[in-house]
Design a protein around this ligand. Structure first.
Ligand SMILES: Cc1ncc(COP(=O)(O)O)c(C=O)c1O
Length: 452
């Protein structure tokens, strides 16, 4: 059977008019390097957005997409959620930014997090997940007086030198230090010990050799940077046990999983409690808001309290972000909120399972709650190494085919999709009908394996 190159489906996108996007993008390209403000935002052909409302995105040419990208995860209610928009608009008329003292809003938002997130005795707000993980690592080093940090292959924790290595590594780089950026300080990266996710034996072995040097262990509870790899209970328990045994700080990076999978984050679902946690993304439905939370004995080491660990940020706990955060959490507290999201996720995954069976594809509709991905490979999916078997070209071609039909799924290998409360069961049915069409084409003439 002849194989069609994956890019043909991507090229189909141009069947939609994109003249205005192309013109705007050429302006962008002149004044913004690459025309986008985050590397993964680059699209080919380019898309310049005009509107985001409910579950839909509209570009400057008037093309409409049902959004499953959700801005890499923050949009959990739906775009321009009316209650969030009203709270922000009201707040805008009350206080913009003062820069000293605190506001009642940030106190209430911190109280909500303490109420819901198991490890949170105290909370500090910042503006991005990268800041939160940076502060968590520095706090772990300051508290323990040690330097080493344990992280796991496939987990992403932000853009800083403390942790920017070994995320989506090429096969030949797995097992070695694999920095993501030129200019990173190798002396900082060398302090990071990288392990395979879900590998209890390797973790035990490393801690037996280096445990007394380890300041902290950080990981995504569900590594969504590579789609959706679920943690095994024995792995989570080993992390908790070994961190306690060696007096290292256990940090759960819940920037994606926190509030998306439940009010208490995945730590409440797994019933394993870290010392510190980082939060961001869906806590404020798209407004720039993140947090570090954890045990009081640790959090008081910051110099906002009695300690000497520097914590600062002009826009920390910005009143507009705090208003958005409170209005978002209040809606997530509504009975049935997560049941709706989980039901949509189950509908999507079981519908995809029927489709891949019908089209006789080697594919795994995976995910958790409102997150869904379809890997084009055989089971199991336990570690990053397993994902080396994923057919990247098929994955990208599937997403590109969906995008061409008006369903926004990022056509990049391993990138996950998110449901939001604004999606409906009918949306999922329409999505599955389109997926049927795309998979039929791909099963007749699959994209070549091994493309990236
Ligand atoms: C798990 C995790 N931690 C940290 C970050 C960094 O967050 P931000 O992009 O807000 O700096 C991300 C971003 O995708 C993330 O997925």
């Amino acid at each position: 059977m002849d194989r069609e190159p994956g890019y043909q489906l991507i090229r189909l996108m141009t069947s939609r008019s994109n003249t205005k996007s192309a013109a705007a993008f050429s302006r962008a390209n002149t004044v913004i390097p690459g025309g986008v403000n985050t590397s993964l935002r680059r699209m080919n052909p380019p898309i310049v957005w005009a509107r985001a409302e409910g579950a839909y995105l509209t570009d400057v040419d008037g093309n409409q997409y049902l959004d499953y990208h959700a801005a890499f995860g923050p949009i959990i209610l739906g775009h321009a959620n009316p209650a969030v928009a009203n709270a922000v608009a009201t707040q805008q008329r009350e206080i913009d930014l003062v820069g000293v003292g605190s506001t009642e809003l940030e106190i209430s938002a911190a109280e909500k997090i303490v109420e819901h997130v198991p490890c949170a005795e105290q909370v500090l707000f910042c503006t991005s997940g990268s800041e939160a993980t940076y502060h968590a690592v520095r706090l772990a080093r300051a508290t323990t007086g040690r330097r080493k940090i344990v992280k796991f292959q496939g987990c992403y924790h932000g853009w800083h030198d403390y942790l920017l290595l070994n995320v989506v590594s090429q096969p030949e780089a797995v097992g070695q230090h694999d920095p993501l950026s030129a200019g990173s300080l190798s002396s900082t990266l060398e302090e990071v010990l990288v392990l395979d996710f879900n590998d209890v034996a390797a973790l035990e072995d490393l801690m037996a050799r280096h445990g007394e040097e380890v300041a902290g262990l950080i990981f995504e509870l569900v590594p969504h940077a590579i789609g959706c790899v679920l943690p095994e209970a024995s792995f989570l328990q080993a992390l908790r046990r070994l961190a306690t045994q060696y007096e290292a700080i256990l940090i759960f990076d819940e920037v994606v999983t926190g509030f998306r999978h439940g009010l208490g984050g995945y730590q409440a679902i797994a019933d394993v409690t870290p010392d510190l946690t980082t939060l961001g993304k869906s806590m404020a439905n798209g407004y720039p808001c993140a947090a570090i939370a954890g045990q009081r004995r640790l959090m008081e080491q910051f110099n906002t309290a009695t300690g000497d660990v520097f914590f600062s940020g002009t826009y920390n706990a910005h009143p507009l972000a705090m208003a958005a955060c409170l209005a978002t959490i209040e809606q997530m507290e509504n009975p049935g909120f997560y049941e709706h999201l989980y039901a949509l996720g189950d509908q999507m995954r079981s519908g995809m399972q029927d489709l891949v069976t019908r089209h006789e594809l080697d594919a795994i509709p995976a995910g958790f709650g409102s997150v869904f991905v379809t890997y084009f490979m055989d089971p199991p999916v336990r570690t990053y190494g397993d994902l080396m078997r994923n057919d990247a070209a098929m994955y990208q071609a599937f997403h590109a085919g969906m995008l061409d039909r008006g369903f926004f799924m990022l056509p990049l290998n391993l990138k996950r999709n998110h449901l939001m409360a604004a999606h409906t069961a009918e949306d999922v049915d329409r999505t599955l009908n389109a997926a049927d069409d795309v998979l039929r084409q791909l099963s007749k003439s699959p994209a070549p394996a091994g493309q990236d």
